[in-house]
Every structure is written in structure tokens, then in C-alpha cells.
Write a protein that binds this ligand. Structure first.
Ligand SMILES: [Zn+2]
Length: 124
């Protein structure tokens, strides 16, 4: 049963999807707690993030998350989209398969280890 370009079988995909959705839920839950505390408004940044996330989140929502959580949430969304498109497990930069070990530790990652290291050294 050849499945073009996917390192992850259907059953594994379901598991990944469930854990991504759980993590997503966790971040969103955390927001409800943080929401009342944070009053910091950086409209441009939030709008940019909202655009990236294709507007499923409000500015207030995104602003109440830490940078790391925002980033993670966007990555999780992107990973869920890749699952839906059948592209999960492929590097978004070089189109090669991402190692299973890497996917296991970072299920939302969109880059293989080589491309990740490359992008880190470029931004550093
Ligand atoms: Zn790559």
C-alpha cells in the first residue's frame, strides 16, 4: 500500500493528531487563566500572528500567550493542516522525510534536522 511521501502510517497519524489536538487544547486552556492578567497590547504583532494563523484566533488571545506558546500553537496548527493534506512527516523545506525519532520528540516540527540546523545558523 504505497502512500506517496509519508513516513507515518495512518494509525500513527491518528495518534499524532490526537496528541497535537490535546496540546493545542492545553495551550488554549492556559489562556483562559492568563487572559485576565495580561493587558499588554501590541496590535501589529498580534495582527501578524493572527494572519499567520489564518485568523482563527483573536488578537487578545494571541497576546495573552507567551512567545513560545504562540509559536507552538502556530506550529501545531500547521502540523494539523499537513496531516489533513497528507503531507505530515515531510520536511517543508527540502521535501525529504523527517526522521521518526525527531517526529516523536517534536510532533509539530515542519523541518528535518538538516534544514532546522541550517535555519538556526542563518537566523543566529
Ligand atoms: Zn529538510
Amino acid at each position: 500500500m504505497p502512500n506517496k511521501g509519508s513516513v507515518v502510517n495512518k494509525k500513527e497519524l491518528e495518534v499524532v493528531k490526537t496528541s497535537l489536538q490535546a496540546r493545542r487544547h492545553e495551550i488554549i486552556e492556559k489562556l483562559s487563566e492568563a487572559q485576565s492578567q495580561s493587558k499588554l497590547i501590541e496590535t501589529d504583532i498580534a495582527q501578524d500572528l493572527a494572519d499567520k494563523a489564518e485568523s482563527s484566533y483573536t488578537k487578545e488571545f494571541l497576546l495573552s500567550l507567551s512567545n513560545a506558546e504562540r509559536e507552538e500553537l502556530l506550529q501545531i496548527d500547521a502540523a494539523l493542516k499537513r496531516i489533513a493534506r497528507g503531507e505530515y512527516g515531510l520536511c517543508q523545506s527540502c521535501q525529504k522525510e523527517i526522521g521518526k525519532k525527531r517526529l516523536h520528540h517534536l510532533p509539530w516540527t515542519s523541518l528535518c534536522i538538516d534544514c532546522q540546523e541550517k535555519s538556526e545558523s542563518e537566523t543566529a
